[in-house]
Write a protein that binds this ligand. Structure first.
Ligand code: ACO
Ligand code: ZN
Length: 172
């Protein structure tokens, strides 16, 4: 899937900001200020990656680490990776880029912070993304009513860490 040398996944750098903002605005209705991207990058650089095609940025993932209640119940406090935003330009989809971005970012943050789970919110209508997360072992946790600005519901999905070896090696 990632056999084509033209594709490469690497750490975000501040020189990529404009490209990432453009991809975010093209692919998603949830858009953020430059400061929001930069603040997350400076706090959690291991969790902010980009995918390149022939040197052009065509996808990104942005994550942070949060301390709060486990998504798996029992009011247990835990360190969780939050996948804040991920997108791949439409011409470069179904090549495994999102899967690689997710596995690489999760592994890097888990290595540094020792997290016990990873979670995210996704629009209940976003079947491609939900399929991707299920394939990576995420489970449906709960629905947040009217989460998005247009009042669509969010599905919270989560999985326990670490990622299994099969996912880690397949992503390389
Ligand atoms: N239909 C069905 N299954 C899909 C689809 C789809 N359109 N896209 C991905 N999948 C599943 C498949 O199982 C796929 O494996 P396969 O191609 O071998 O069948 C698997 O996910 C891996 O797909 P990737 O190629 O890694 O995913 P891609 O690089 O195409 O990116 C993404 C997926 C990020 C959801 C892309 O479609 C996109 O950018 N969408 C618009 C932005 C978006 O919705 N982002 C997620 C919002 S939620 C959040 O950010 C936390
Ligand atoms: Zn979120």
């Amino acid at each position: 899937m990632m056999g084509e040398l033209a594709y490469k996944v690497r750490r975000f750098s501040e020189a990529d900001l404009e490209s990432v903002i453009k991809i975010n605005r093209t692919c998603l209705p949830e858009n953020y200020s430059s400061n929001f991207f930069i603040d997350i990058y400076r706090s959690y650089p291991e969790g902010f990656l980009v995918a390149e095609y022939n040197g052009e940025v065509v996808g990104y993932i942005m994550c942070r680490v949060e301390f709060g209640f486990s998504e798996f119940g029992r009011f247990r406090l835990t360190k969780k990776i939050h996948v804040v935003s991920i997108a791949v330009m439409v011409q470069h989809r179904r090549k495994g880029l999102a899967k690689t971005l997710l596995t690489e970012a999760i592994k890097a943050l888990d290595r540094k912070y020792g997290c016990s789970e990873v979670f995210l919110e996704v629009r209940v209508s976003n079947q491609p993304a939900i399929n991707l997360y299920r394939k990576l072992g995420f489970r449906d946790i709960r629905v947040i009513h009217h989460y998005y600005i247009d009042s669509e519901d969010a599905l919270v999905m989560a999985r326990k860490l670490p990622l299994e070896e099969d996912l880690e090696s397949e992503a390389g």
